[in-house]
Unconditional design. Structure first.
Length: 377
């Protein structure tokens, strides 16, 4: 594109063209005039995406006034302010600042969504990303609607955060008006006794044993995968609030069947369930679906998800006549607000009694023949 020093005389002398040719000012880079057949229009080209903004028509708007307005527009861009951010830079600041002081597991989950699903955008300038870039990522997750919805929510929250003061790294979120790709589905599936038995025996070896603990405790998959040896104190395993959905510590009395599973785990590192490549990290939630697929294939069961194990546990608690209050505490559902503040009683005795009933139920279902836990291989 041609450049020149724009003066009143120079602008008057420019000839109109059907090509809408643009001439940019050497005095104020990014400011120029577009010459059509009958009109001349002041324009500004700004940002790494070379956005073209129309200021007004010549001679209705004078050169001096147009240049003044152009300087305002150019100084308002993130690049001009020296705060241009890549997706990766902005994301890391978001994860640090937005969740400061949080004790829940959500910052970790949001981090996984933004880092894994959107890693292709890491080096892109934030101001250059539009809704088509977001759509390209979400479209790849169509076969897993739940993951797609969580990725959508994580990106929407992050990009909205980028528009707020004092940051204002982007003027508008590219996800404004972007409808959710799906809706949360309330599950109703529970495993039958035969399915539960089959899943148990298919989970006797290796990291699949995490499913056996989920069967016995009704814990969430992401909470169970990260359990550490140091969390066991005097026969009770306590999952800290920073790893639970509601941010509350969750104490689980260890009964013989569960204890035998923990005792059988390799004593190699701080975690009961180690990562695939290092003992210094836990089994990841990304590895659980793969293990679940293996179990389904071996047991010839289908139509259930990992969360259905938790629902089965809760349903069986009702079946065993465990009081609702205790059953809800066992799955670490947050109580009413007043209880959250005033009721700090951990109900360990009641939990232990209920879990003893459940282990007895499982031992009978599995045909172990006694109330003693069978040692896992």
């Amino acid at each position: 594109m041609p450049t020149m020093l724009l003066t009143d005389i120079a602008v008057r002398a420019l000839k109109g063209s059907s090509k809408n040719e643009k001439f940019f000012d050497t005095k104020t880079p990014g400011f120029g005039v577009r010459c059509g057949i009958r009109t001349k229009t002041w324009v500004v080209m700004r940002g790494r995406n070379r956005e073209l903004v129309t200021i007004g028509r010549y001679p209705d708007l004078s050169l001096a006034d147009a240049r003044t307005e152009a300087k305002k527009l150019l100084s308002a861009t993130p690049e001009a302010k020296g705060i241009s951010k890549t997706w990766e830079q902005a994301r890391d600041e978001f994860l640090t600042e937005n969740y400061k002081g949080s004790k829940s597991r959500w910052p970790h989950l949001v981090k996984l969504k933004l880092k894994n699903h959107f890693k292709g955008l890491d080096k892109r300038q934030l101001a250059d990303i539009d809704d088509t870039d977001i759509s390209a990522v979400l479209d790849k997750l169509k076969k897993t609607p739940s993951a797609q919805l969580h990725a959508y929510r994580a990106a929407r929250t992050f990009l909205k955060w980028c528009t707020r003061p004092p940051r204002k790294w982007i003027k508008h979120s590219p996800m404004e008006g972007y409808e959710p790709p799906s809706k949360d589905k309330k599950g109703t599936r529970t495993l039958t006794d035969e399915e539960l038995k089959a899943v148990w025996y298919a989970s006797e070896m290796g990291s699949r044993q995490v499913f056996q603990l989920m069967v016995l405790w009704g814990t969430r998959n992401e909470e169970t995968a990260v359990i550490r040896r140091e969390w066991v104190v005097e026969g009770v395993l306590t999952i800290p609030g920073e790893f639970t959905k509601n941010g509350r510590d969750h104490a689980i009395p260890l009964l013989p069947l569960a204890q035998s599973i923990l005792d059988s785990r390799p004593d190699a590192g701080p975690y009961f369930f180690q990562g695939r490549h290092t003992n210094e990290r836990s089994l990841t939630t990304w590895g659980l679906p793969r293990l679940a697929r293996e179990v389904k294939a071996e047991t010839d069961t289908s139509g259930w998800q990992l969360r259905d194990i938790r629902r089965t546990f809760r349903s069986n608690m009702a079946r065993l006549k465990v009081p609702r209050e205790i059953a809800e505490v066992l799955i670490n559902h947050a109580p009413e607000t007043l209880d959250e503040i005033y009721d700090r009683y951990d109900r360990l005795d009641e939990k232990r009694e209920a879990l003893a009933k459940y282990e007895a139920f499982m031992i009978k279902l599995l045909g172990l023949g006694s109330t003693e836990a069978r040692e896992s291989p």
